[in-house]
Design a protein around this ligand. Sequence first.
Ligand code: PLP
Length: 243
Amino acid sequence: MDIARAGRRGAGARLAYVTPSHQFPTGAVMPLSRRLALLEWARRSGAYIVEDDYDSEFRFDGRPIEAVQSLDHQDRVIYVGTFSKSLFPSLRLGYAVLPPSLVDPFLRVKYLADRHTSTLVQLVLSQFIAQGHFERHLRQMRKRNEKRRAALLCALERELGATARVDGANAGLHVVVWLPHLRPADEPRIVERAARAGVGVYPLSRYYAATPAHAGLLLGYGSLDEPQIEAGVSALGAVLRAA
Ligand SMILES: Cc1ncc(COP(=O)(O)O)c(C=O)c1O
C-alpha cells in the first residue's frame, strides 16, 4: 500500500481499507512503521482506517500482533472482525469496534441498510461466548487448523519443492503459492486443470492492480482434513508438473 500516494494533495481518499495483521491475499504483516504512517495520514487528512482483522484468531507463528486500533489515540480506526472463519460463514455475523463518535451513525446506517440480523442467532452466540464455549472452540480449532496447515506445508514441500514459494502461512486459513516458473497468463489453465482433477484453487493475479511477475495460487484449507489436503496437493503437483 502506497501511503504517500494517499496523502498527496488531490488524492482525496477519505477511507483506507486494510488487513494489516495478515494482508489478504498475500499474508504479509504490515510493519509498525507503516502502521504509524497510516495513522498519521488518517489524522492529517481526517480520514478513517477500516482495519479488517478477518482471521486473527488463527495465528500459528510468532506473538499475536497488536491491532492498529490499539495504536490509535485519535479515533480514526474502525476495527472489524467476523465469525465466518472462527465459526462458519453462513452464520452471517461479524462485529465492529467503533470510535465512540461513530456508534450512533453506524446504528442509523445499519438500520437503513439491513435491519434483519437475526436476534435469535445473536442471542445464542452471545451466550455461547459468555459461557466460555467460544474460547474452548477456538482452542480446539487452533489445534486442528495447525495440523492441517502442517499437512499442507509438508505436502507442498514434497510435491513442489523449489519450484514454488509459499507465503503468508503464519496465520489464517489460506496460503499463497508463488510459481516463479510460470506466468500469470498460465493461471486460468492451471485453475481449470486443477478443477478437473477435483482441486479448487484460486488465481492470484486477479487480486493485483498491475500484473505480478509470476503466476500464483491461493489455497484455502480450513474445510479440509489432512488426507484430503494430501490428496489435493498430490493432484495439484501433477497438474503443475504438466504445466
Ligand atoms: C479479507 C476478508 N475479510 C472478511 C472476510 C469475512 O467476510 P464475512 O464476514 O462477510 O463472511 C473474509 C472472508 O471470509 C475475507 O477474506
